[in-house]
Design a protein around this ligand. Structure first.
Ligand SMILES: *Cc1c(COP(=O)(O)O)cnc(C)c1O
Length: 419
């Protein structure tokens, strides 16, 4: 979506005060471009909406894990929601505070648990009975006590794409709602675990508040049942999942989402943790790409661009829609194009049936690409990953160099003994 940070000025698309054409010229394409002001504005909206309520915003690192982005949020006092040991290392390298880190995910390894315990993270969001056992053992072997919350699965329909819905009974995430109390009792009796909270995360790209409210209601029933047993919680973690506008969606504003959550909490005083990802970075980034060829097929016109599904997988994976705009408004004939990459897969498309006035060498901006873009990228077809740039007012900073082909096969070896 076009916004205050990505906008036309004199027929030229800008990121804040910088023409995107200048960035393409200097750093090449494909290239991700982030707006620092968009990042800080989103975080400030959360802070403002949560004034007066004890809280911690744990940015979900997997949405976009570039160190420069993590650093912007760390400086604003944010915490982080991680799903791997690798993400923990990124957070620490970016200047994040381990005491503000929560660790989610269904498959934590022993090595990851050790790393997180060594770093002294705030809380493990535990997703199964077997994980409780493992964490208790690992913490015991280190002479430590692990702070935990259980991620409960409230069995509510997030009404989003099935691949990014996580709060239904049939999903792999969280512990079954009906087993949660028994598991809390189990955790209470484990010497090297300390119960500090309850967690739930029901899915991503939610465009209504009602599923969040339904989840809170179910969480609160459990919180009250635990209190009866003498188990009192310090925090409630309500996950992330707030959607953004890609096309014509109408998600609630951050302030309205937070207000709905606060009213759903009905005055409960536990510290509130939220884990927003997409909403903080999605519309803070665009993917810049160049038209290599125009190809007029029998049925369709193709604009073959230098970005592909390895750079931005969302269209191929979820049939996701991203707006695509020319970087400079040109006077070519308007035609309808399939915007496709060079990868050898029919699923390699960025946009379908787009009316555009373009020519070979035209630059295009794929909007709303800041979340689950670079972080889901791959090297398929031996394509080095795109460069990443952060714009701050009229300044441009390269925050990740374009990957070279040599880097891609640096760890590979030819077996010289083979005849
Ligand atoms: C992915 C994820 C998030 C962030 O989801 P968004 O939709 O990007 O806000 C938060 N918490 C957990 C546990 C996640 O897996």
């Amino acid at each position: 979506m076009m916004n205050n940070y990505f906008h036309y000025k004199n027929e030229a698309l800008h990121a804040e005060q910088v023409p995107l054409a200048d960035i393409a010229e200097k750093f090449g394409t494909p290239c991700y471009v982030y707006s620092r002001a968009a990042l800080t504005d989103g975080m400030n909206q959360f802070k403002d909406a949560l004034q007066g309520k004890e809280h911690l915003i744990c940015y979900a690192v997997k949405a976009n894990s570039n160190l420069a982005i993590l650093n912007v949020f760390a400086r604003m006092g944010a915490g982080f929601d991680i799903v791997s040991g690798g993400e923990l290392k990124r957070v620490l390298a970016a200047g994040g505070d381990a005491r503000k880190v929560v660790f989610s995910g269904v498959g934590k390894t022993i090595a990851e648990m050790r790393m997180a315990l060594d770093a002294n993270i705030l809380c493990f969001n535990v997703e199964s009975s077997a994980e409780l056992d493992r964490l208790n053992e690992v913490a015991g072997s280190m002479g430590k006590v692990a702070a935990i919350s259980l991620r409960v699965n409230p069995d509510v329909d997030a009404k989003t794409h099935p691949y990014i819905s996580t709060g239904l009974k049939q999903n792999k995430f969280g512990v079954a709602y009906t087993e949660a109390i028994a598991l809390y009792r189990q955790a209470r009796d484990m010497k090297n675990l300390h119960i500090t909270g309850m967690d739930c995360h029901i899915g991503s790209q939610l465009t209504e508040t009602s599923p969040f409210i339904a989840a809170i209601e179910k969480v609160l029933v459990l919180v009250e049942a635990l209190a009866v047993e003498g188990i009192h919680l310090e925090h409630l973690d309500l996950g992330g999942g707030l959607g953004i506008r890609y096309d014509d969606e109408t998600p609630p504003a951050i302030a309205d989402y937070v207000a709905a959550i606060l009213s759903g909490l009905r005055g409960r005083t536990e510290k509130l943790i939220l884990e927003p990802g997409r909403v903080l970075v999605g519309n803070a980034g665009v993917l810049l790409t160049k038209v290599e060829y125009l190809k007029h097929g029998e049925e369709k016109n193709f604009a073959i661009v230098d970005a592909a599904m390895n750079d931005l997988m969302r269209p191929a994976l979820y049939d996701a829609y991203h707006e695509i705009f020319p970087v400079s408004r040109e006077k070519n004939a308007i035609q309808t194009y399939e915007i496709v990459g060079p990868i050898c897969e029919t699923g390699d498309f960025i946009g379908r049936a787009r009316e555009l006035s373009i020519a070979p060498q035209s630059l295009l901006a794929v909007l709303s690409a800041g979340a689950y873009g670079m972080s889901m990228s791959s090297n398929y077809n031996t394509r080095g990953r795109a460069a990443e740039v952060m714009v701050d007012g009229s300044e441009v900073h390269l925050v990740r160099e374009r990957e070279t082909v040599e880097q891609l096969f640096a760890g590979e070896k030819i077996i010289s003994s083979v005849l």
